[in-house]
Design a protein around this ligand. Structure first.
Ligand SMILES: [Zn+2]
Length: 434
């Protein structure tokens, strides 16, 4: 791993970190960071990004979904484009780097080009919404860009009864212009830098990783139905205790999941009824969230855990009922771009590493439309969605080197530059538009 970087790269990395930190002041909450879809602080954020782009002679636009879009032009006016981006909305009590790091690294890469023109334009996108906080609907910005929305989507309401459509109007934008926000057929790919938000890279002492896939998820609701009864008069051997059954099953979920590499399963919510100290619990409702990069491993794990619940319920003469409420397949990143990212990491002097993403990202939505890649940046302590979220200066410098190498490699790759002709007919027929 490089111990020293070019001083210009280190100084650029320090700028990226300082800029991410400076965006923290644009918040809906006085003492912590919360910046949701098309809130007033989002406009301040747009203005700050526009100021950083001004020395590059780039004037960004805001599309009808509130995404900031900025074009660094190519050597020729009819050239295709590469997208680089991430999101600038946040969760409540957020850190400075989840999302903005990918946008600010994109700007740093444009600065680093120092006016050099590539055979493709670079479109920087700062997505307006990824976290799903305001409308309980994530990826509003990226869904608009790939054209994956409908009337029902635009009519969803926030806690104050304001629809997505109305929020767009209130920000001074025109929902009728949403079709114009969609990507054209001239996009070569999408690259997103993002903090890992987990402990893996830190445990391996690695600064960066190429993301191979965004894991699939199954979520289900499970109910154990036993018999509520008097806690004093019902002997232990005459009980049908739903909570004891749930406890046994939760421990089994943990031990079963440990047997399969990369499988994660979580019981994140539990309610016992009637919920009194002197009543044997008659009913327990839980949720189960299972994730893996392989859809087959995930589906089999869900079946195994469901059948375990039924077996232990039968042994206790109670019932176990399931309802699946989310079944989302894994999304693979583009294999050509993964290999290019690995080369770029290696050329930056770091050992390449591939890993899945356990969290959803804009790249997952973009991948439905264009070849997509993600690069994870080590997250100290694995801490994210918290003000303590941080990055290391040397890792950000490494990310800048990696990004510069990637642009160089792609600009010199006939396979990449000609890929549009091979895939454009697929893009036109496979994605609903308008
Ligand atoms: Zn994020």
């Amino acid at each position: 791993m490089p111990t020293t970087f070019n001083p210009a790269t280190t100084s650029r990395a320090a700028d990226v970190i300082a800029r991410c930190q400076s965006l923290v002041r644009f918040s809906e909450d006085a003492s912590s960071l919360r910046r949701t879809f098309l809130s007033a602080p989002m406009r301040d954020c747009h203005n700050a990004i526009a100021e950083w782009l001004r020395p590059l002679n780039i004037t960004p636009t805001i599309d009808a979904a509130g995404n900031l879009r900025a074009i660094y032009s190519a050597a020729t006016s009819d050239a295709p484009r590469l997208l680089i981006g991430s999101h600038i909305d946040t969760v409540p009590n957020a850190g400075a780097f989840d999302g903005p790091l990918g946008v600010l690294l994109g700007i740093a890469l444009l600065e680093q080009l120092d006016g050099q023109r590539l055979p493709f334009a670079i479109e920087l996108i700062a997505f307006s919404e990824e976290e799903g906080v305001r409308f309980s609907t994530p990826f509003i910005g990226s869904c608009a860009v790939v054209g994956s929305y409908d009337e029902d989507f635009l009519n969803r309401r926030d806690a104050n009864g304001i629809s997505i459509r109305k929020a767009i109007q209130d920000f001074g934008l025109d929902p009728a212009q949403l079709p114009a926000a969609q990507l054209g057929d001239d996009v070569l790919g999408y690259v997103e830098f993002h903090i890992e938000q987990g402990p893996v890279l830190e445990s391996l002492s690695l600064p960066l990783a190429a993301v191979e896939a965004i894991v699939g998820q199954t979520r289900l609701a499970l109910t154990f139905v036993g018999q509520a009864n008097h806690a004093g008069t019902t002997p232990m051997n005459a009980r049908h205790d739903a909570l004891s059954a749930a406890a046994e099953w939760i421990v089994a979920v943990e031990s079963e999941s440990n047997r399969f590499a990369g499988l994660v399963a979580t019981v994140g919510s539990i309610q016992a009824y009637p919920g009194a100290a002197n009543v044997v619990p008659g009913e327990v409702r839980l949720t189960l969230d299972v994730r893996h990069k392989s859809d087959q491993v995930r589906t089999q794990a869900v079946q195994r855990l469901a059948s375990l619940a039924q077996q232990l319920a039968a042994r206790r003469a109670i019932k176990a009922n399931f309802a699946i409420f989310l079944n989302q397949p894994a999304v693979a990143m583009d294999s050509f771009l993964i290999a290019q990212v690995e080369s770029a990491i290696r050329a930056a002097g770091c050992p390449p590493y591939r890993m899945p993403s356990g969290a959803g990202h804009d790249a997952m939505i973009l991948a439905s439309r264009v070849p997509s890649a993600m690069i994870f940046v080590r997250t100290p302590g694995g801490i994210s969605h918290d003000p303590a979220e941080s990055v290391l200066l040397e890792d950000v410098a490494c990310a800048i080197d990696c990004g510069g190498n990637l642009l160089k490699q792609l600009a010199a790759s006939p396979e990449f530059l000609l890929s549009l002709n091979a895939s454009s007919s697929w893009q036109r027929t496979d994605t609903p538009r308008g």
